[in-house]
Write a protein that binds this ligand. Structure first.
Ligand code: 5GP
Ligand code: MG
Ligand code: MG
Length: 178
């Protein structure tokens, strides 16, 4: 398999484009069935989810809306250390059926924090769709309704995911060569 270099590290193909997009279409079919009588609001977490959500949305047949947010990390002054702040959510999500769209769930900290902040705004329902999940890395368990692929605990990039800014344009998922 062709090895590529990004910055100082080497990666090889882990999930090819066809496999990835076939699976994403399958997730969309599940969402079409589950939300056949609802009009969900997709909330995509930038930057990493932009290709995943674009591919997913092309296969959604139900009426749906989309908006984009960012979750920024900063060092808090309290004992908890890193604090996550949600930026850019201007929509009123009260009584909406929300589906959070994420690139990858690693420790679960980001999703746990986001779920807490969104739930406080009283949506009717909130579910999570993530392209990738690293089950072995879990620190905070969160319910992931739609998972593209459960993967081992190794750094990946491509299809929206970056390594220090690069690699988001790669059309498949690459894994760090160790
Ligand atoms: P968390 O640990 O809060 O579940 O994951 C936070 C974020 O870390 C993810 O949304 C993603 O942006 C980043 N991340 C986690 N694992 C990886 C990985 O293997 N590759 C890349 N590129 N980003 C990752
Ligand atoms: Mg992310
Ligand atoms: Mg990143």
């Amino acid at each position: 398999m062709a090895v590529i270099q990004v910055h100082d590290k080497f990666f090889d193909v882990f999930i090819d484009k066809e496999t990835l997009e076939h699976r994403i279409a399958y997730l969309a079919a599940e969402i079409n069935a589950d939300y056949s009588d609802r009009q969900p609001l997709l909330i995509a977490v930038l930057n990493g989810s932009f290709l995943f959500v674009a591919e997913l949305m092309k296969s959604l047949k139900i009426p749906c809306e989309i908006t984009f947010i960012r979750v920024s990390s900063y060092q808090g002054t309290g004992t908890s250390g890193v604090v996550k702040q949600v930026l850019g959510l201007n929509e009123d999500i009260r009584d909406r059926d929300v589906i959070i769209i994420e690139d990858i769930v690693d420790t679960g900290h980001t999703m746990a924090e986001l779920l807490g902040q969104l739930t406080a705004r009283k949506p009717r329902s909130v579910e999570i769709a993530t392209m990738l999940h690293k089950p072995e890395a879990t620190r905070i368990p969160v319910n992931l309704k739609y998972v593209g692929f459960a993967i081992e605990n190794r750094f990946v990039l491509g299809y929206g995911l970056d390594y220090d800014g690069l690699g988001r344009n790669l059309p498949c998922i690459y894994q760090l060569v160790e």
